[in-house]
Structures are given as C-alpha cells and as structure tokens.
Ligand binder design. Structure first.
Ligand code: AMP
Ligand code: MN
Ligand code: MN
Length: 339
C-alpha cells in the first residue's frame, strides 16, 4: 500500500503488522541494538521509543554498550537505561532488536535476550541471524533499519513526531554515508524527503553528527591515516589503529567512523580495510569495497558479516596475526576477480 507518498512492498507491510502485533499498549518494551551503536541503531531505537511511548507502551533503550556522545542530542530524557540493560531486558514483556539479527553482536545481553518472552527484530543485514524466534521485519535491500522503522510507523498509521523523524533521518544519513553509498536508493531518498516534510533540519543534523567533533577525533584520524599501506597491484589499501590511540586521544570507537573511507577513496583501490585491537583481546576488521567486490562474503570467512560493500569481523589472535590472515585472504580474493 502507499502511505505518506512512499509505497511499502506487500511482504514488508505484512512483516510490519506482525511486529506491531506484539507491541500492544500497556506492554513493557526494551529496545536494543548492536555493540558500539551507530547512527542507524540509535536513530531507529529513539524513533521507535517516541512512537511506542505515544501509543501507551512503557519503552526503554537498553544497549550492550554506551550510546556514543555524538548521538546524545537525539536521546529523550530518561529513555536510555543502557547502564542496567540486562535487567531492563529481563523485566520487559517484549524485546525489539534493531539493526542486527545476530546474538553474537549483542555483547553481554545475548543471554538475557535468549531467555526473553518475546523477541521482535527490525534489521537490514544479509545474515540469517541467530535470534530466538519472533516477528521479523528484515529487509536486506533497505538502506537502513531506520527506513524499516519508517515503514512500520507508516503501515500502522502511527504518527512520527519531529523528534522521531529527526532520529530516523540520522539513521538514514549515517548508513548511506551522507547519501553517497550504493544503498542510496530512490526510495530511501523519498523517505528522507518525507522526514524533511515533518520538520527535520538537515543542516543542524549535519552539524550535530559530523561537525561537532572532539579535537581528539581529528588527531586520531591523522595518526591512523599515517599508517596507510597501499598495494595497487591488488587494488588493496589498509590502515591500522595504533594500540592505545583511542585512550591517548580520549575518544571512543565511534570516533573512528568514516576513517576507512580514506583508503577506499584512493583511485584503483577496490578493497579497503581498517584494523583495530579490541579491549577483549580480539582484533576488529572493517571491510569496505568498491564495485563488485563483495566484502560480506570475505568477512564471513572470518566469522563476521554485514553488507556487500561494508562488513566487519572480530578475529582471535594478535594484531599482526589477524592482519596477515586477512590480507592474505583479501589479496587472493582480489586477484581472483581481476577486471
Ligand atoms: P563497521 O566496519 O563496524 O562499520 O561495520 C560495517 C558493517 O559490518 C556493519 O553493517 C555491521 O553490521 C557489520 N559488522 C561489523 N562488525 C561485524 C562483526 N564482528 N560481525 C558481523 N558483522 C559485523
Ligand atoms: Mn549498524
Ligand atoms: Mn544499519
């Protein structure tokens, strides 16, 4: 059907109604997203929080890791209970997992979520997912989870306030890389247009999300870019976050967002990587591609996942070991698909 000038595919409309069926007024709902929440995870949960509270549900945000400072401007007072997330999830009648379908990226909350009464999921990842059964509004062709939250609200006729619209716009803006990536479809631009109709101010959102950086983010960027290695014979480029750099610059993982776009932007590069040692001893790799290189496939070789042109994985071993393994796989993958 057509709602708000943007048509909703029938299967997606049906899935939206199944999710809505468990969101009855009066229910206690916990909203959560993947570790190191991004703009799409936070934007989707904040928008859904507004919609559900207006419908008379008791909603709270309960994330496995703290919401990055960059997105605090979106948070309604009293909405974020991430410091006691596991208890919120245990006490909820329904858990809505947004922007992820895999238990493995829900950190310490995986156990509580597995034991929940009802788990709904709204997501746009390729992975089949490992969440317990429940209603699913999952569409890998959606640019952002925020696009699907927009569809849910539209299909059910649930009003989007300017605050909710702003949060969804942040999700779409950040997951499309500012409307530059391949997932920038005509449809998602129409959805963004509908959000602007509801009073979203793109300039002020740009300023909050991208132009209110702590000084450390810029200094960190400089340090990471200094590690750049380019192998044009393979179409490969990568950067590495020096151990303890986040700590020294007093920033968080969120401040690394977008750095991998620099190696990707080099002419002739088809695959760009960012390596980072995690506090838990693992090594996080971000994969970004150009053209027909499918990084979701590559990341899956290392137990990760994501999308065709943006994926990630967390590997065991030292930084040097993880780097050697991933670079070897990347070179052979790239050499196998020349031209
Ligand atoms: P990132 O490189 O962290 O910006 O993530 C890029 C994409 O890959 C995101 O859409 C994530 O959903 C996905 N992703 C990142 N890390 C992992 C992981 N460890 N396992 C599965 N998917 C991941
Ligand atoms: Mn995400
Ligand atoms: Mn997303």
């Amino acid at each position: 059907m057509t709602a708000n000038g943007v048509s909703i595919p029938p299967e997606r409309a049906r899935a939206a109604r199944e999710v809505a069926a468990v969101l009855a007024p009066g229910r206690r709902v916990a909203l959560t997203t993947h570790v190191n929440a991004d703009g799409d995870g936070v934007g989707s949960e904040v928008a859904l929080w507004h919609v559900l509270v207006a419908r008379g549900l008791r909603a709270s945000i309960a994330n496995p890791t703290p919401i990055p400072e960059r997105f605090h401007f979106l948070l309604p007072a009293g909405a974020d209970h991430s410091t006691r997330a596991a208890r919120e999830i245990e006490a909820a009648d329904v858990v809505v997992v947004l922007d992820i379908s895999d238990l493995s990226r829900l950190g310490d909350l995986a156990r509580a979520i597995t034991q929940s009464h009802a788990v709904a999921c709204i997501d746009h990842h390729v992975s089949q997912g490992s969440l317990p059964g429940g209603p699913r509004l999952v569409a890998p062709e959606a640019a952002a989870t925020a696009e699907l939250v927009f569809d849910l609200a539209s299909e059910l006729g649930w009003p989007l306030t300017p605050e909710a619209a702003r949060a969804l716009y942040v999700g779409i803006l950040t997951d499309t890389g500012g409307f530059r990536f391949a997932n920038t479809t005509p449809r998602v631009l129409r959805v963004a247009g509908e959000l602007l109709e509801r009073g979203v101010d793109p300039e002020s959102i740009y300023s909050s999300v991208y132009a209110s950086a702590p000084e450390g983010r810029i200094r960190l960027t400089a340090e990471v870019l200094a590690t750049l290695v380019v192998e044009l014979e393979h179409g490969l480029a990568w950067v590495t976050v020096p151990p303890d750099a986040l700590h020294r610059h007093r920033v968080t993982a969120d401040d690394l967002d977008g750095i991998v776009e620099y190696p990707r932007s080099i002419a002739g590069v088809r695959l760009a990587l960012l390596f980072r040692q995690l506090a838990n001893g693992k090594v996080k790799v971000s994969f970004r591609s150009v053209g027909d290189v499918d990084v979701a496939e590559l990341a899956q070789q290392f137990g990760g996942g994501g999308h065709r042109k943006a994926a990630g994985a967390s590997l065991d071993g030292t930084l040097a070991e993880a780097q050697a393994a991933v670079l070897a796989a990347a070179r052979s993958y790239l050499d196998g698909r020349e031209g």
